[in-house]
Design a protein around this ligand. Structure first.
Ligand code: AMP
Ligand code: MG
Length: 420
């Protein structure tokens, strides 16, 4: 079993096995990961999906020179002097253009989003006009060409406006829709199976109240992270610490229905840690590595055929942090995401922190935004890798790089904000 890492508790002295760096491990876990396929989804359902191909505009925007304001469309040369008097010859409203042409000394009443009529190149806002019947007089100067959105200033037909590998935001989806795409080509969702092992585990509400029972939590966090990273998640339930039982579930998980199998627990080298033997017995080519990170450390990954396997630690905080560091980037890479992460952000320490050892530390922490916009981070009091109350109370992970020297309040640092 992985020892729970509690600040101030001595770690057991043991043989120093070489640790793999977090960067190396992310590289190995995501090696060769690419989009699993392409599907067309309605633009309204594309939130968070990863674009599979460059997306060219299907039309030009604006499709013609258009007014940015309510006012009068004129020829810029006609209003060089103030006051200038012009004859109003018609109206252009959004969706109802003026079909004639604006000649010298003429103006067309125009509204925001309306096509600027032929001959005109400038819009004088209505606040700078006095009107008497069909005659207008300018009351303040307007520079020629003002208040007109030129044809194609936003995007032009045939030019890509969004690129393959982009994880689509609501703003991207607005652009895609405006570019006249009803459907978007996106990477298909990775299909993920989660299984949890442990004789002590019971489902919420289903325990018998014995002290030896632990109510499972890991799969709920893993499923949330995986879904938010774009995956479809199937919970394969709880498996006892029994080799044939684990093998049976593993065999089912590897049968081709899933792209990725995530296991939680049983990943260390204790007598009851049967995950690696079960996976190997089912033909998974498996790598078990001690990773230089805290919380976490033992991590398994590998695969069989086209199915990948990621074995996460059982301690709930370790499970969740390792999922943020390894699982989320893997799932994003499996959708062709150009920025698989983990995505970090700069911040400042709110308090002093001691020097770090060989392991990259992902400390549960809280952010405090100051009036100048800077973010100041305080690590939570307990960094125990089993304490869910601390995990739930945190709003970011404070990253302490390996061998980072002691640091004081105000020093720059990096965080991974929780995406909740
Ligand atoms: P293991 O990795 O199986 O040695 O488990 C390490 C610790 O994590 C033990 O205290 C387990 O009870 C706990 N644990 C394992 N799996 C889960 C789970 N799915 N949900 C909550 N706690 C778990
Ligand atoms: Mg266990």
């Amino acid at each position: 079993m992985e020892p729970s890492v509690t600040a101030g508790v001595e770690k057991p002295a043991g043989k120093k096995a070489p640790l793999m760096t977090v960067e190396e491990a992310i590289g190995l876990v995501t090696a060769g990961a690419k989009a699993l396929g392409v599907e067309q989804v309605p633009v309204a359902l594309a939130d968070g999906r990863v674009l599979a191909q460059d997306l060219p505009a299907r039309r030009t925007q604006p499709p013609a020179d258009m007014s940015a304001m309510d006012g009068y469309a004129v020829r810029g040369g006609d209003i060089a002097q103030t006051p200038a008097r012009l004859a109003v010859i018609g109206e252009s409203a959004a969706g109802r253009p003026f079909t004639g042409s604006v000649g010298p000394g003429q103006a067309v009443r125009i509204f925001t989003g309306a096509v600027v009529p032929e001959g005109a190149d400038t819009v004088v806002i209505q606040e700078n006009i006095s009107r008497d019947g069909d005659t207008i007089t300018t009351t303040a100067p307007t520079a020629a060409l003002r208040n007109v959105r030129k044809k194609g200033c936003d995007f032009t037909a045939g030019t890509p406006g969004l690129f393959a590998g982009r994880r689509l935001t609501g703003r991207d989806i607005m652009l895609a829709a405006a570019m006249d795409h009803a459907f978007l080509p996106v990477a298909r969702r990775p299909r993920v199976a989660v299984l949890q092992t442990g004789d002590e585990l019971v489902l919420p509400g289903q325990g018998t109240g014995q002290d030896s029972e632990i109510v499972v939590s890991n799969a709920f966090g893993l499923a949330t992270l995986a879904r938010r990273a774009g995956a479809e998640v199937t919970d394969l339930g709880l498996v006892r610490d029994d080799l044939p039982a684990i093998r049976a579930v593993v065999a089912q998980a590897l049968s081709g229905e899933f792209d990725l199998v995530i296991s939680s627990g049983g990943a260390s080298v204790g007598d009851h840690d049967l995950m690696a033997p079960a996976l190997r017995a089912e033909g998974v080519e498996l790598f078990v590595h001690k990773i230089a990170l805290r919380p976490g450390k033992p991590l398994m990954f590998g695969g069989k055929g086209g199915v990948r396997v990621l074995g996460l630690p059982g301690n709930p905080v370790s499970s969740h942090v390792c999922a943020m560091v390894f699982l989320v980037p893997l799932l994003r890479a499996l959708q062709g995401d150009a920025r698989p992460g983990p995505v970090t952000a700069p911040a400042r320490l709110a308090v002093a922190v001691p020097a770090n050892d060989v392991r990259r530390d992902f400390m549960r922490a809280r952010m405090d935004r100051h009036a100048d916009g800077s973010v100041h981070v305080t690590p939570c009091g307990s960094q125990d890798s089993a304490m869910l109350s601390v995990l739930a109370g945190a709003d970011c992970l404070l990253i302490r790089p390996p061998f980072a020297p002691a640091a004081t309040a105000g020093d720059p640092c990096e965080i991974i904000p929780f995406d909740d």
